[in-house]
Design a protein around this ligand. Structure first.
Ligand code: ADP
Ligand code: MG
Length: 361
């Protein structure tokens, strides 16, 4: 398969620092792909190489099967929106958006039409003559988006474009970005360190860690089947318990907990053999609490340490008999919700196939 956009074995070093390594990714036309990872994991570096602002140390970028590395940034026809507002302060909104078209020496009436359409796309019709300083942060980012899209680039790159905005505004513009992606069909590469934003916007997510991609998948795939402990920790809420591998059967393991309880049928990620240490990742919302040790699944006795009321759910921090802490989330409809107090002796239960075992490196 020839990918529309192929990031092929990218590597970038700055002196001793390895910013990106073995970055390999195929992106389909019209896809919304997000780079998600902590600060310093190589997301921006990869994006800047795509944009042509930086040259890779090794590797290639192919668009429709052809390398674009030799092509200067302004010839790549790639739109770009940055974290900070990068509007020209001395130009009106209309002139900011018209700028890429003037650079391309487009005719005046064509420019007027395209600017009007771009303003409509970001819902800022009527703001042509406004100066950027007289607009809110959210509006300025919409103008930046209109400027990036005005010449119909086939690819749009966005580097944490909403991180300077407050939560409410961020969610509003996330909504707009989704709509614009659907309306234009533009291929988007989006950088964020916010998992919720990634899950909201993306067709697929590439999880970056220390300059490498740990896993690529849809949000539900990454959530249900994280390939590494890092991914398990980064996507969704997770809570971990230490255990020992008691036996292995194909892709699943039986784990032995310090109280002697054995739980079979837990999916294993990575290598692992009997007698070695492992960690099991549980989703707080997939654990049940009950007063009696009844029902199917793995069961461990726990003591309640703390409860936090969060409206539609209650987070209960519990401790195992051997002193390990973990979190459980009870839906507000749960029979125990609101009736759990510190010091209660309860049983936690989960289905082994919803847990993930990671062999300790
Ligand atoms: P992210 O966008 O995921 O936060 P970056 O791609 O900006 O991460 O950075 C990856 C690593 O490369 C970091 O350790 C960063 O300090 C380093 N780095 C990025 N740009 C430069 C640069 N121009 N000079 C030196 N080091 C850099
Ligand atoms: Mg960055």
């Amino acid at each position: 398969m020839t990918a529309y956009l192929h990031i092929n074995g990218l590597r970038k070093t700055f002196g001793e620092v390895v910013a990106a390594e073995h970055v390999e990714l195929k992106i389909a036309q019209g896809e919304f792909m997000t780079f998600l990872g902590p600060s310093g994991s190589g997301k921006s570096t990869t994006l800047y190489i795509l944009a042509g602002f930086q040259d890779p140390t090794a590797g290639d970028i192919l668009l429709n099967g052809r390398s674009i590395l030799a092509m200067p940034s302004n010839k790549r026809n790639i739109g770009m929106v940055f974290q900070r507002y990068t509007l020209f302060p001395h130009l009106s909104v209309g002139e900011n958006i018209a700028f890429p078209l003037r650079v391309r020496r487009m005719a005046e009436d064509e420019i007027r039409k395209k600017v009007a359409r771009a303003l409509e796309l970001v819902r800022l019709t009527g703001f042509e003559d406004r100066m950027p300083a007289k607009m809110s942060g959210g509006q300025q980012q919409r103008v930046a988006l209109a400027r990036a899209l005005v010449y119909d680039p086939p690819v749009l790159l966005m580097d944490e474009p909403l991180s300077a905005l407050d939560k409410k505004l961020r969610e509003e513009i996330q909504h707009e970005i989704r709509r614009i992606h659907q309306e234009t069909g533009v291929t988007v590469l989006y950088v964020t360190h916010d998992q919720e934003e990634a899950l909201r916007l993306s067709d697929r997510i590439a999880i970056f860690n220390k300059g490498r991609i740990e896993q690529v998948g849809t949000g539900p795939e990454l959530y249900a089947n994280p390939a590494t402990r890092f991914v398990a920790d980064f996507i969704g809420d997770s809570t971990f318990l230490a255990a020992e591998i008691a036996g292995r059967s194909g892709e699943t393991v039986a784990l032995r907990f310090p109280n002697g309880t054995e739980v079979a049928g837990i999916p294993l990620h990575g290598a692992g053999q009997s007698g070695t240490a492992a960690e099991v990742m549980l989703r707080p919302e997939r654990i049940d609490l009950s007063a009696e040790a009844v029902g199917h699944g793995a069961t461990l006795p726990v003591t309640v340490r703390d409860t936090t009321f969060l409206g539609n759910n209650i987070t209960v921090d519990v401790e195992t008999g051997w002193g390990e802490g973990l979190s459980v989330r009870l839906d507000f409809r749960h029979p125990l919700a609101g009736r759990v107090t510190r010091g209660d002796h309860l049983y936690m239960r989960w289905q082994p196939e919803t847990a993930q075992a990671f062999a300790k490196a």
